[in-house]
Design a protein. Structure first.
Length: 304
């Protein structure tokens, strides 16, 4: 972000308006009509997290910097798998961050992306476009974030690209409410996405001709009275589900929630998990009450 700091003496209010409107596409600020000299921001290398400052007379122009300590950690590097992403960085410019723009590797599926947890930035929601590899974290109520603040985004339900690659990166940019860049774009370190091939499966690892039909069971519960009746007006965020396929001794249960389409833009991204399994029942605990009409999907895996 380029922030001119002008003293009151040299220019009239009319000249200040002229100067503010005279930006070119590179972020250059032109001085008033009687002074054609241009002041351009310094060129920053990606290794420098500190914005450069140019000074000429009483005019000071600050150029946006690169995000410091950018780290991107996917939970799995296997192509086509559904993963979590942990993204951390520190801004080098103090500013009111309205959006965080993240460009993932080509082919990444972001249509079901959810935000699990954030740190150093206000609550918001993930916004993506169909078929795009760009995800935007849209802050509900932007506030000024000081330079050096540790910002962390934990994202879920992101599908890795289907094609192996040795040079994957995520590019992150912070933007203010006027769509002006504050810091970035900054490119993460590269990471590898690989394909599991048959020679990576150990000899004699598979001993049965086919899986047992009870090994994995997937089910969907619509909003109703059978243990899944989300209704935010009652503040419910814990539910008990009974299923004969569940066995406390050897079952693992994984859940996800599809919220109803009428959830408002300020609604919390609901994330649920299984807390306890007793006999043929498992308890689902959510970080917030799911909206009425939500759908629960769960998968039961029974180890042999």
């Amino acid at each position: 972000m380029i922030t001119p700091i002008l003293s009151a003496a040299p220019f009239s209010s009319t000249q200040l308006v002229q100067a503010a409107s005279a930006r070119d596409y590179q972020g250059t600020i032109l001085k008033p009509q009687d002074e054609r000299e241009q002041i351009r921001p310094a060129v920053l290398s990606s290794s420098s997290p500190t914005p450069s400052v140019l000074s000429q007379g009483e005019d000071v122009v600050t150029a946006q910097g690169s995000l410091a300590s950018l780290q991107v950690r996917p939970s799995s590097n296997i192509v086509g798998t559904n993963v979590y992403y942990n993204i951390q960085f520190r801004p080098s410019t103090t500013g009111e961050i309205d959006k965080i723009r993240m460009e993932f590797p080509e082919g990444t599926y972001l249509g079901n992306a959810k935000v699990l947890e954030v740190e150093g930035i206000g609550k918001g929601r993930p916004v993506g476009e169909w078929g795009s590899n760009i995800l935007i974290y849209d802050v509900h109520f932007p506030e000024v974030v000081p330079a050096g603040t540790e910002i962390r985004l934990d994202l879920a339900n992101i599908a890795n690209p289907p094609t192996p690659s040795l040079s994957n990166t995520v590019t992150v940019t912070t933007v203010d409410s006027s769509s002006l860049v504050i810091d970035g774009p900054t490119v993460s370190a590269t990471y590898t996405l690989r394909q599991i091939v048959t020679d990576q499966i150990a000899n004699n690892a598979i001993t049965a001709s086919k899986m047992s039909p009870t090994f994995m069971t997937s089910k969907i519960l619509q909003d109703g009275q059978n243990g899944w009746n989300p209704d935010a007006i009652f503040g419910l965020d814990t539910f008990t589900i009974t299923d004969s396929a569940v066995k406390a001794s050897n079952s693992h249960v994984y859940v996800s929630v599809d919220e109803s389409a009428d959830v408002g833009p300020l609604a919390v991204n609901v994330v649920c998990m299984v807390e306890d399994i007793v006999n043929n029942q498992f308890q689902v605990v959510c970080n917030a009450p799911p909206a009425d009409g939500s759908v629960l999907r769960y998968t039961v895996i029974n180890q042999p």
